[in-house]
Design a protein around this ligand. Sequence first.
Ligand code: 1PZ
Length: 215
Amino acid sequence: SGASVDQRFCFQEVFDSFKLCLSENKEVYLEHYVDGWRGLVKFLNCLGSVFGFIAKDAVNKVQVLVALMSGESGSQYATIQSMVKYELDNGLVDVTKRGSHPESGCRTLLRLHRALRWLELFLERLRTSGEDGKTSVMCAEAYNESLSQHHPWVIRKAAGVAFCVLPGRPAFFEVMNVGSTEQVVAMLGGALPLISEVYNITEELYAQHNLLDLP
Ligand code: 1PZ
C-alpha cells in the first residue's frame, strides 16, 4: 500500500533528473534541470538548518525559473537554449549592469550553473576520497576552486562557517540514502559524467553569447 512507501529523500533522484536533462541533440531541458535543483535543495535541508541560507537562495532561483516556465511565454523556456535565444532576441536580459530585468532567466540560471561546477568538483572529491576523508575540506576546496570567485567576502565567510559543521563522510553518505559506500561510489561514477556534460553544454552556450558575467 501507499503508506509503506519510503518517503525519504534519495540522492539517486537528483541524478535521474540530470540524466533526463539532455535532449537527443544535446539541448538542456529546463524542467529537469530545475527538478535536479529541487532534489539538491531537499538534500541540503536534510543536512540541517545551518544550510538554510544556502537552500533559501537556491529555492529563490528555482522559483524565478518556474515562474518563467509557467508564465505566458512558458513555451520559450523549454530548454536553456530556447530561453537564451528568446530572452536575448527580446531584450529581456540586463547584460552589463542591473536594470529593468534584474531577474532574467539567463542571469538566474547562471547562478545555479556556477553552483553546479562546485557540485561536480565536490562530488568528484567525495567519490575518490578514503574512509577518513573530511567532507568539510572537500567542500571548501571545491568551493574555493569555483563558486567563491563569484561571491563577496561576507558570503564566503558564511559559507566557510557552514562547511565546518558538515557531517563526516559516513553520515553524509547515510543522508544520501543510496546504500553502502560502494553503492554510493558507483552511483557517483555513473552520475558525474552526466552532470559534467550538462555543465559543459551550458558553459559553452553562455560563452558563445557572452553571458558568463551577467550582473
Ligand atoms: C553540502 C554542503 C553544501 C554547500 C554548498 C556550497 C555552496 C555555498 C554557496 C553559498 C551561497 C550563499 C547564499 C547566497 C548566494 C547568492 O548571493 C549567490 C548569487 O546570487 P545573486 O545574489 O547574484 O542573486 N547565489 C549563488 O551563488 C547560488 C548558490 C546556490 C547554492 C546551491 C548549493 C546546492 C547544494 C547541494 C548540496 C549537495
